[in-house]
Design a protein around this ligand. Structure first.
Ligand SMILES: NC(=O)c1ccc[n+]([C@@H]2O[C@H](COP(=O)([O-])OP(=O)(O)OC[C@H]3O[C@@H](n4cnc5c(N)ncnc54)[C@H](OP(=O)(O)O)[C@@H]3O)[C@@H](O)[C@H]2O)c1
Length: 243
């Protein structure tokens, strides 16, 4: 049996790409989902067909609810015994300045990006003495722009949590983060949306899922790396260019 990975929010988009990529490298994958059950089932079936010697399964949990988040690692332990990798990828991305952010909207972002990863990291550290945790943050953590205030602040918290956890759970568990930039348009928007935003980006073009996957490979392959952040953002964290 190979190494196993739990990917949150894995049924679609970036989470799905991470799952397919890791499966191709020989990992067993636990596909976490909340509302996208059909996509999760379809992904697991596809992976089973492509890699019949590996194990794949799906698990449902609403990660905005702590009691559900706390079921995840115990479920995985009962099915797989242990896992070697947790990717905290699940996310919500709702635009609102501070002035327009409701208490519920604030809690939703902080529960999914901060509290749940905190609980999952805690449980991972409790159950397993070795492994990797990768937190998907966002290049927006470097900006004070408030267009996605609760999103950006909760992702800043996830980056702080990354460093704290890296220290606490060393040397057995490495904890790192990836900060994507313009990778996939939000649902309902097309690539023109990204190309327009990319005009002020240092690299002058959107990135691709491949950039994030290469960052993940870099983290997994470098076993002296912990508490680090890889910006997969074409330099957006530096600021916008004037030209
Ligand atoms: N897309 C980009 O260009 C970009 C840029 C910067 C950073 N990122 C970061 O990269 C990661 C992936 O991005 P993405 O655009 O692929 O993400 P996404 O589509 O916005 O969300 C990924 C998954 O999160 C899950 N999720 C949402 N609410 C949930 C809840 N209450 N409980 C459990 N799961 C929940 C959803 O699962 P279900 O569908 O099953 O409900 C969804 O499929 C995110 O962490 C995001 O912040 C992305």
């Amino acid at each position: 049996m190979g190494n196993a990975a739990l990917i949150t929010g894995a049924s679609k988009r970036l989470g799905r790409a991470i799952s397919e990529h890791l499966a191709g490298l020989g990992w067993d994958i636990i596909v976490h989902f909340n509302s996208s059950q059909d996509e999760a089932v379809e992904l697991v079936e596809e992976l089973r067909m492509r890699y019949p010697l590996q194990r794949f399964s799906h698990v449902k949990a609403d990660l905005s609810v702590a009691a559900e988040a706390e079921t995840l690692i115990p479920k995985v332990v009962s099915e797989y015994g242990k896992i070697e990798l947790l990717v905290n990828n699940a996310s919500v991305f709702i635009p609102a300045t501070i002035a327009k952010t409701s208490s519920e909207m604030f809690d939703l972002h902080f529960n999914i990006h901060m509290k749940t990863p905190f609980l999952l990291i805690r449980d991972f550290g409790d159950q397993f003495k070795k492994g990797n945790i990768v937190n998907i943050v966002d290049t927006r953590i470097t900006s004070n722009s408030s267009g996605y205030a609760a999103y950006s602040l909760s992702k800043q918290g996830l980056w702080d949590l990354t460093r704290m956890a890296a220290l606490e759970f060393s040397p057995g568990i490495r904890v790192n983060a990836i900060a994507p930039g313009l990778i996939l348009p939000p649902e309902g928007k097309d690539s023109d949306y990204l190309w327009d935003l990319a005009k002020k980006n240092p690299m002058k073009r959107p990135g691709s899922i491949e950039i994030v996957l290469k960052s993940l490979d870099f983290i997994l392959e470098n076993d002296y790396l912990t508490g680090q952040l890889i910006f997969a953002d074409g330099g957006e964290n530096l600021g916008y260019t004037d030209n």
